[in-house]
Design a protein around this ligand. Sequence first.
Ligand SMILES: O=P(O)(O)OC[C@@]1(O)O[C@H](CO)[C@@H](O)[C@@H]1O
Length: 364
Amino acid sequence: MAYRFPALTSEQKKELSEIAQRIVAHGKGILAADESVGTMGNRLQRIKVENTEENRRQFREILFTVDTSINQSIGGVILFHETLYQKDSQGKLFRNILKEKGIVVGIKLDQGGAPLAGTNKETTIQGLDGLSERCAQYKRDGADFGKWRAVLRIDNQCPSSLAIQENANALARYASICQQNGLVPIVEPEVIPDGDHDLEHCQYVTEKVLAAVYKALNDHHVYLEGTLLKPNMVTAGHACTKKYTPEQVAMATVTALHRTVPAAVPGICFLSGGMSEEDATLNLNAINLCPLPKPWKLSFSYGRALQASALAAWGGKAANKKATQEAFMKRAVANCQAAQGQYVHTGSSGTTSTQSLFTACYTY
Ligand SMILES: O=P(O)(O)OC[C@@]1(O)O[C@H](CO)[C@@H](O)[C@@H]1O
């Protein structure tokens, strides 16, 4: 087996690894503002705001026009297709507002789940058809990284080896196509927290899933230095009666990563998976303090855990802009500190920040 057909030139590799490193430099993480129209509808419904394009635009304008110092905590923002082409009230494209702040623009590329027949309601993710053309267009339109979320569930016979293999292969194919088009792929195999399983079982499954993903990435000649991983933290199932400390979550999480994720990967940016804002921050802090070797940056790519307080503060009213931006900034700074193991819980967090953000079967 000779190395005859290099997948990328050295210039392409350099560009990809520089983008990946910029996103996770100095404790920075990612704002996952890539909720699809339907998912955003669920968020807006909670605060009794109608799910219109204008309301989605207004909330995102408030987030993206926050003070420039946000660039100390947020290195990248993932957008949904609609948002990449939206403008602020002065007519300026959101993507240019972000870039001027030094923030890298990303784009959600997966297109939802499709059932895997003969399994216990497991899925694979669609979006590979035409992906290369979409990536090329998004790169021209200012995106420098992509995201693809695969969903694995712990249940009777789940995840099956079919679901693990199929989703690993789709993630690797997506990652390869992204890199060919100059986009850093965020590889997101999420083991969702539904179920009553304990911490040990989640660790076992997470290790199996990540091992399959890295085998597939290698098979597809993906350049690991130009990727980021977005995994679940290892936690007990949402319905598990036994509770675990952040230190226990951290030890299980870093052990699983240490066993499966090559040191060539520059950063691991966790999803928040329905944890409360405060739990997501405390767990990330404990992960960074965990006394195991950690050759990668360990940071965040939170959707709900960066936006829940901000959404609640906004409530659909322009007059609440300042409070909304303060709430967003507070979580961003806290997570940046946690990504360096420097977060100190003051006990003065608002009620929203401690509320669970869990949604059953979060598969959309
Ligand atoms: O779990 P979280 O941190 O809320 O969101 C993680 C995430 O991958 O899942 C959502 C649904 O695809 C995306 O909006 C987001 O990027």
